[in-house]
Write a protein that binds this ligand. Structure first.
Ligand code: AR6
Length: 165
């Protein structure tokens, strides 16, 4: 398990995770970047999926991406933290990892789900991401990368990873 700084669309892993919305039909942020880099066939496959609920995840091919698959998950919109946001965010990580295991994938990269447009505070979100993944890989060893877009986010993830070692 490691944190890196970079653009998730460049990572040649078995699956990158997309911080999507419930329509699965694209949007801004990392979702927009993934659809642009994957090309229109990703959109055509997503159209067949019938959307996705908050905390759940669905898998597609990666098309023109270096990643073989995209796992689309829908993070919670931050509402002050009293509307089950933490559990929903943890479910995004668990259900994405479940799909990776079901499809016999070994490497997966996550963006900082919900911490952009959806407004989840990065420190709290990083703590949930790291704790949930650490617990999961104890049972199912997967090569997990946290792909941070900013230097600040990378620092926060590294501090969080250090507390788990
Ligand atoms: N690589 C890695 N991380 C990125 C990239 C990238 N290319 N681009 C942005 N990030 P956001 P959300 C980071 O807003 O908060 C979309 O419109 C970004 O800096 O992409 O879950 C969807 O369709 C932040 O740390 O996702 C939904 O409507 C993280 O990715 C909504 O936004 C997540 O930010 C989802 O909002």
């Amino acid at each position: 398990m490691k944190a890196v700084r970079g653009d998730i669309t460049k990572l040649a892993v078995d699956a990158i995770v997309n911080a999507a919305n419930s329509s699965l039909l694209g949007g801004g942020g990392v979702d927009g970047a993934i659809h642009r880099a994957a090309g229109p066939d990703l959109f055509f496959e997503c159209r067949l999926l019938g959307g996705c609920k908050t905390g759940e995840a669905k898998i597609t091919k990666g098309y023109k991406l270096p990643a073989k698959h995209v796992i689309h998950t829908v993070g919670p919109v931050w509402n002050g933290g009293t509307r089950g946001e933490a559990e929903k965010l943890a479910n995004c990580y668990r259900h994405s990892l479940d799909l990776a295991v079901e499809h016999s994938l070994t490497s997966i990269a996550f963006p900082a789900i919900s911490t952009g447009i959806y407004g989840y505070p990065i420190e709290e979100a990083a703590a949930i991401a790291v704790r949930t993944v650490v617990d999961y890989v104890r049972e199912y060893p997967l090569d997990v990368t946290f792909c941070c877009f900013s230097a600040k986010d990378l620092e926060i993830y590294q501090a969080e990873l250090a507390t788990e070692e």
